[in-house]
Structures are given as structure tokens and as C-alpha cells.
Design a protein around this ligand. Structure first.
Ligand SMILES: NC(=O)c1ccc[n+]([C@@H]2O[C@H](COP(=O)([O-])OP(=O)(O)OC[C@H]3O[C@@H](n4cnc5c(N)ncnc54)[C@H](OP(=O)(O)O)[C@@H]3O)[C@@H](O)[C@H]2O)c1
Length: 328
């Protein structure tokens, strides 16, 4: 038997329960993993509340995209991964099919990469999603390059901090937006060239004072604030919308019409499902992880038994970077 986190109804963190279950044997193309650490994502809180782009198909539902651990067994047809290997699980499946909030779980073999050398399980569970999302949205989709001013909203989030580092690596000029002064030091330490505290100076005025206008905007907030972001984007620029933290409808701004802006949605599954784009992103991240350019930004760790507290903290917006749950 192994412990697993499940929820029997949609709702707040309190609907999460730690239960016992009997993991099955891995099927063809699957791997059984002994989980040592789980990287929490905002997406999982949205899924639990029924506000994600997909809904749980059945209850009880399980959840979790990102983890690190040890291979316990491999299914038929799996090659190149052996029992005992230390691995990271990459977000590349539906939580209706697979889930990693458990002591032992089955995942597709294709979702595994080797744990980066020198990384412990917590770092191995925290490093991939942020950099894959940032590289995918900024470099793969928006073609960010040297000298480009790029506005990164929710810059203190796990993806935001990674985006600052990815922007730096390609020679772009990262402008970090955060709502309050509390997180300024953290986003500066990640490499932000400019920091705009939006509650103090406003979005458009802050961006204009920093760089004039953005070539690329990388935004997980969406909602009405997109109008201000579009107003601060240069003609022909791109707004990559990769989340919906505001929870509000997103307008198509007038300035996007006038200035020929591209408003582009992005989920990292877009590149994870394309072998060439996935390989390019993984090569880039692996190389920069190896060089020490892309550290895991871990804010705090919790135990599996404290999953409710971990999710409460996830939704508190107090964190800077990743929340990790360690197992056991
Ligand atoms: N598209 C993809 O493939 C993909 C992949 C990973 C994550 N995501 C999305 O990216 C977003 C961030 O995820 P994460 O796990 O990195 O987040 P996180 O670490 O939980 O960070 C959240 C931060 O965002 C800011 N924020 C929250 N609500 C906001 C609001 N209404 N308006 C402005 N800022 C707000 C806050 O920073 P301040 O207090 O500093 O403003 C907060 O600390 C989520 O929406 C998630 O679903 C998408």
C-alpha cells in the first residue's frame, strides 16, 4: 500500500485527503516511480477548484504534474530507464490519466528525464516546469532575443523567476512586475534589469519609465490588466498569456488592433507534445542547469501529511518561487 492525495469534490485546500491505495503494475510504456519530492503548481489548485482548462473526469480525483524520485519498475517496451534510476517527472500528461501526489505512482516513461547531476529530489521536482514554461513561451513561441525588452508579470512566481533567468541568457532586457515592494529583492536577485512595483507606480507608467515599451510580454495573470500591458507593448509586439491568475475575462485591447499586437495563449504541453521542440527546450535547460545558470527556486517544503497546509500556502501569494512536498 502507498499513500496518495485525492479529493472527492471540488473546493478549497481542505478537500484534499491523504488516503491509502494499492498502486498497479506499470503497463506498456509506463514506469512505476517511488516519489521523493513533489513540485506544487498553481495549476493543481485551479484543477482542485474546477477552474483549470480541464475538469476532473471522476471522483475521487488525484493530482500533480511534477516530481522526482526513483524508478521502482518499468512496463513492457520501456527502454533506457532502469529500476533504481533517479529521475524527474516532467509535466506532460493529463491529471485525469496520471498524477504524482503520492508515495508511489505510475507515469508515462516519456515524462521522465534523469535527475540533474548534483540535484537532490526537491530541486529535481522544482526545476523543470518553470524553465520549460519560460523557455517555451519566451524563446520558442515569441522568439525572444538579444536586446528585446521583455515584461514579466507575476515575476516572483516560480515561472516568473525562471523567465527572468531565461531572458538574461538570451540577452534580452527583463522588466519584472510585482504588485508590492515585498518581493523586489528576490526578482532583482534573479536578474531583473528593471523592477516595477505596480501598486506604487502603475503598469503602463512603470514599463514606459523602464524601457519605453515591451517587445514581448509574458503574463500568467490575464483579465482586464491585459489592456494596460498591451498599451505598454511596441507595435508588432507579442503578449504571451500563459495563465489566468486574475480569474476574470480577458478583453481584446484596442491598442492590439491599432498596433498589430499578437495575443498568444501558451501551455507548455504545446512543446512537450512536439518531439523536436521538447528536445530543444530540454537541451537548453539541461545545459544551463549544468552550468549553474538555472537553479531551482524553492521557497518552502512541507511533508505529504501537510498537503492541506501546503495548498493553503500555495494560494496565499506569500511564496517566492516553488513550494515542494517531500515524501515520506
Ligand atoms: N502555461 C503553462 O504551461 C503554465 C505552466 C506553469 C504555470 N502556469 C501558470 O502560471 C501561473 C503562475 O504559476 P506559478 O506556480 O509559478 O505561481 P506561483 O509561484 O504560485 O506565484 C504566484 C504569484 O503570482 C502573483 N499573482 C497572483 N495572483 C495575481 C493576480 N491576480 N494579479 C497579479 N499577480 C498575481 C503573485 O506575485 P506578486 O504578489 O509578486 O504580484 C503571486 O505570488 C499560474 O497561473 C499557473 O497556472 C502555466
Amino acid at each position: 500500500m502507498a499513500r496518495i492525495v485525492r479529493f472527492h469534490e471540488l473546493g478549497g485546500p481542505e478537500v484534499l485527503r491523504v488516503e491509502e491505495y494499492e498502486p498497479a503494475a506499470p503497463g506498456p510504456g509506463e514506469v512505476l516511480v517511488d516519489v521523493a519530492a513533489i513540485g506544487l503548481n498553481r495549476a493543481e489548485a485551479s484543477y482542485r477548484r474546477g477552474r483549470y482548462f480541464e475538469q476532473p473526469r471522476v471522483f475521487p480525483a488525484s493530482l500533480g504534474y511534477e516530481a522526482a524520485g526513483t524508478v521502482a519498475a518499468v512496463g513492457e517496451g520501456v527502454t533506457g530507464i532502469d529500476p533504481g534510476a533517479a529521475v524527474s517527472v516532467l509535466p506532460s500528461f493529463s491529471m485525469n490519466d496520471y498524477a504524482v501526489y503520492a508515495e508511489r505512482t505510475i507515469v508515462p516513461a516519456a515524462s521522465l528525464v534523469a535527475l540533474p547531476e548534483g540535484f537532490d529530489a526537491a530541486a529535481g521536482a522544482a526545476v523543470w516546469m518553470p524553465y520549460l514554461t519560460a523557455f517555451g513561451g519566451l524563446v520558442d513561441v515569441a522568439g525572444l532575443g538579444a536586446g528585446d525588452p521583455v515584461v514579466i508579470t507575476a515575476a516572483s512566481s516560480s515561472v516568473g523567476l525562471a523567465a527572468i533567468r531565461v531572458a538574461r541568457q538570451v540577452g534580452a532586457v527583463p522588466v519584472a512586475l510585482t504588485r508590492t515592494a515585498a518581493k523586489v529583492d528576490a526578482v532583482r536577485a534573479a536578474g531583473a534589469e528593471h523592477v516595477v512595483v505596480t501598486d506604487e507606480v502603475g503598469v503602463t507608467a512603470g514599463i514606459e519609465a523602464a524601457v519605453g515599451a515591451a517587445r514581448v510580454v509574458f503574463d500568467p495573470v490575464a483579465g482586464p490588466g491585459v489592456a494596460d500591458l498591451a498599451a505598454a507593448t511596441a507595435p508588432g509586439g507579442t503578449l504571451v498569456i500563459y495563465g489566468g491568475l486574475s480569474g476574470e475575462p480577458t478583453p481584446f485591447p484596442r491598442s492590439a488592433l491599432a498596433n498589430g499586437l499578437a495575443l498568444r495563449g501558451f501551455l507548455l504541453f504545446e512543446i512537450m507534445g512536439d518531439p523536436a521542440r521538447r528536445a530543444r527546450a530540454l537541451d537548453h535547460i539541461t545545459e544551463h542547469v549544468r552550468r549553474g545558470d538555472y537553479p531551482a527556486a524553492i521557497d518552502r517544503t512541507f511533508g505529504l501529511a501537510d498537503i492541506v497546509a501546503a495548498h493553503e500556502y500555495l494560494e496565499s501569494n506569500r511564496q517566492i518561487g516553488k513550494i515542494v512536498v517531500t515524501v515520506p
